[in-house]
Structure formats: C-alpha cells, structure tokens
Design a protein. Structure first.
Length: 154
C-alpha cells in the first residue's frame, strides 16, 4: 500500500489539521473491528441513518454519545444467568461489549435513535446554518447621471 506524505501541505496551510488527520487514517489498515456490523444509508437529501445489528442488547445496554463531530455507540451486556437446571452448550449469539465511532461532517446532528427487531437505527440530519448557505445577490441598475457638457462654438 502506498503512503502519502502530507508534510509539505502542513507547511503551507492553516486550519486543515483535522482533514489531514482523517486522510492519514484512511491510509492505515483498519484495526480489524467488525462487530457489530452496520449499514449507513441516505434517507433524504440531508438525512442519513446508521443501522447496527445489536441482537441480544436492550436499550439499557447501549449508550450513544455525540461529541465534537464524533458519534460513539457503546454496548455492554450484563450476563444473564441461565435458568435453573439449564446448561449452555454453544454460544453463537455474540454478546461481547463493543464500541463503534463514526466521524460526522460539520453541521450533522443526531435526530434520534430507535431499537427495533435487533437493529439500532440512529437518524442523522445535516443542518446547514443560514449564514453558510449560498445566497443570491440581486444586481441593481445604477441611475444614469449623465452630465452633458455643452461645447461652445466660436
């Protein structure tokens, strides 16, 4: 895999540290974290949804936190004792603790979260402030104040 050196850009730019940091992490191999699986979908022009498969977790076992453009989803399930007289022969349903982090773009807010049929749905919306939206500038015609100079004929 190729590695890109961003050091020349650091010398000639100001305020792009976060962008270069994100580009650096894209080049690094992932930490191998694949649990729990998730989907990211676009549900509208400015709305998105993250769906995570969290079978076996209840809403009390999951914590969602959004802080400084990072969405963190943590899950920790308390072990439930088996019923009396039962013995677990095979555990195929994962119930291990997890923590997933998602980088959010500027002005993306978490609207809500719902747990349904073993899927955790987190709804996101991009709210661009009015002062950052493009605006159309009206062009006015300046009044013509033509000053006529009369030439004297001799």
């Amino acid at each position: 895999m190729r590695h890109v050196d961003f050091s020349p850009l650091y010398r000639s730019t100001v305020g792009f540290d976060r962008l270069f940091g994100m580009l650096d992490t894209l080049g690094q191999p992932e930490s191998g974290q694949t649990y729990p699986p998730y989907n990211i979908e676009r549900t509208g022009e400015d709305s998105y949804r993250i769906s995570m498969a969290v079978a076996g977790f209840s809403e009390n076992d999951i914590a969602i936190e959004a802080h400084r453009n990072v969405l963190t989803v943590k899950g920790e399930r308390k072990d439930e004792p088996n019923g009396e007289g039962t013995e677990l022969l095979y555990r195929g349903i994962a119930s291990r603790a997890f923590e997933r982090r998602f980088q959010l773009a500027d002005h993306v807010d978490v609207v809500g979260a719902a747990l349904k049929n073993g899927l955790l749905h987190i709804d996101l919306k991009r709210n661009i402030p009015e002062e950052l939206k493009p605006r159309k500038i009206a062009i006015t015609v300046a009044p013509a104040k033509a000053k006529q100079i009369e030439a004297s004929v001799n």
